[in-house]
Design a protein around this ligand. Structure first.
Ligand SMILES: [Zn+2]
Length: 56
């Protein structure tokens, strides 16, 4: 299950408001509101998803 990048609600990929592909990862937004929130501050949400921890 993929989650909305801003509100963290589970979102079916086929029903997502929008899908955003960044650096090989797929991000979904569930509604126009989440979309605008994400666009205001995309880096904040991209870093939150951090599957890759580059810290040592
Ligand atoms: Zn959302």
């Amino acid at each position: 299950m993929t989650r909305c990048i801003t509100c963290q609600k589970p979102v079916n990929r086929n029903k997502a408001h929008m899908t955003i592909e960044l650096k090989g990862d797929l991000y979904l937004t569930c509604c126009p509101m989440c979309q605008s929130v994400f666009e205001k501050n995309p880096e904040k949400y991209i870093h939150q998803s951090g599957r890759k921890h580059s810290k040592r």
